[in-house]
Design a protein around this ligand. Structure first.
Ligand code: SAM
Ligand code: DTB
Ligand code: SF4
Length: 332
């Protein structure tokens, strides 16, 4: 079966605009076999693939900002911003465009190459889209790559974003199809594929990855990697988030995965998506320098750079700069 249009699982019917999937690229058994390799062999293989396609001493840096915080209608079990989760987060209105542009300039001055603007929406309402389009135009004019993550897109919205100059749309699959309903019930993983299809149709690059450590099995992790890798083309950017367990969310008490299991997931993403940027994403603040370095050795070549993610912390820029200097890592 080659480059066919199909849904997340081969049992479900494809919807008109779903992302293209080639299920012949990788099977879950093949990716599970990668996970099962002795760590040294897995790392060696990941590094070979990494070095065939990238300079292993370079790292891409994106800065995140939450342009609209909290009060989201969705019930994502991990998220501080769901109105259904009893977290301490204060809701905020959409930020003024000028404040977003000032933050983008500051991020550029600190060395970020991409600015990612996130909104706690199920999807943007038409009235909300116009100010976001203005943010994209103005951030782009600063000479930064632009990314937004606004939830599900309706007909025509992806085209408007592309016209405004948007480079990347972030929309994570988050977890494997079979585990998805255990974490989120207000939308389906198929809805995510549909939005990714809209993004592709409008000619933009896709940023899509997931969260590790939500109580999923290794098979679920392998299945998520397969779903990402079998997209045709694969997402250009693949954020791998380690769950940040947030008090007041259903996943607050979850134990998460062992560090080596997380490293194996990065390696599996690198091997199966050789030309994609694999981003070491949420959870980095809790990782030692040595753990982060293992992730880079496993093929991660992108990170969120800046003192905050959306609502939680990230290592501060000075600490990251010191780590880059120790490792001889250069920004892209
Ligand atoms: N509402 C939009 C959506 O869901 O696509 C955009 C914002 S949402 C916060 C973006 C992504 O952040 C989620 O898809 C998820 O992968 C990640 N995320 C949110 N909370 C997280 C947490 N506590 N730990 C790790 N990743 C998280
Ligand atoms: C992604 O995969 N991770 C980022 C970005 N895309 C939008 C968000 C991480 C959020 C972590 C929890 C928080 O700060 O609220
Ligand atoms: Fe959080 Fe996005 Fe889910 Fe809303 S849709 S609860 S912002 S992850």
């Amino acid at each position: 079966m080659n480059a066919i249009l199909q849904a997340a699982s081969s049992q479900t019917q494809p919807s008109a605009c779903a992302a293209a999937v080639d299920s012949a690229k990788w099977s879950v058994a093949e990716v599970e076999a990668l996970y099962d390799l002795p760590l040294m062999d897995l790392m060696y293989r990941a590094q070979q693939v990494h070095r065939e396609h990238f300079d292993a001493n370079e790292i891409q840096r994106s800065t995140l900002i939450s342009v609209k915080t909290g009060g989201c209608s969705e019930d994502c079990g991990y998220c501080s911003q769901s109105a259904r989760n009893k977290t301490e987060l204060e809701r905020e209105q959409l930020m003024p465009v000028a404040d977003v542009v000032a933050a983008a300039q500051a991020a550029k001055d600190k060395g970020a190459s991409r600015f990612c603007m996130g909104a706690a929406w199920r999807g943007p309402k038409e009235k909300d889209l116009e100010p976001v389009l203005e943010m994209i135009r103005e951030v782009k004019a600063l000479g930064l790559q632009t990314c937004v993550t606004l939830g599900m897109l309706k007909d025509g919205q992806a085209e408007k974003l592309a016209e405004a100059g948007l480079d990347y749309y972030n929309h994570n699959l988050d977890t494997a199809a079979e585990f998805y309903p255990k974490v989120i019930t207000t939308h389906t993983q198929q809805d995510r594929f549909d939005t990714i299809g809209e993004v592709r149709k409008a000619g933009m690059k896709v940023c899509s990855g997931g969260i590790i450590g939500m109580g999923e099995s290794r098979r679920n992790r392998a299945a998520l990697i397969v779903q990402l890798a079998n997209m045709t083309p694969a997402p250009e950017s693949v954020p791998i988030n380690n769950l940040v367990a947030i008090p007041g969310t259903p996943l607050a008490e979850i134990r998460g995965v062992d560090n080596f299991e997380f490293v194996r997931t990065i390696a599996a993403a690198r091997i199966t998506m050789p030309t994609s940027f694999v981003r070491l994403s949420a959870g980095r603040d809790a990782m030692s320098e040595e753990m982060q370095t293992l992730c880079f050795l496993a093929g991660a070549n992108s990170m969120f750079y800046g003192d905050k993610l959306l609502t939680t912390g990230n290592p501060d820029v000075d600490r990251d700069e010191a780590l880059f200097a120790k490792l001889g890592l250069r920004p892209i």
